[in-house]
Design a protein around this ligand. Structure first.
Ligand SMILES: [Zn+2]
Length: 59
């Protein structure tokens, strides 16, 4: 039986992480995959992109 140790910190994923699974970590945060970890870094970039769209947008 698998032991649940954590849940992926990515809000859009939240996959259960079991004991013995390969995980990616950023400080104390655990992610089920490199993709989820990358997305957590991408939040800042996306915010910047949104701001750029507002400034230089078509409206
Ligand atoms: Zn995940």
């Amino acid at each position: 039986m698998k032991v649940i140790v954590a849940v992926c910190e990515n809000d859009r994923c939240e996959m259960v992480i079991h004991k013995g699974d390969r995980v990616w970590n950023k400080g104390s945060e655990l992610y089920c995959s490199g993709k989820c970890l990358f997305e957590s870094f991408g939040h800042v970039k996306q915010t910047v992109l949104c701001e750029k769209q507002v400034v230089g947008g078509t409206r």
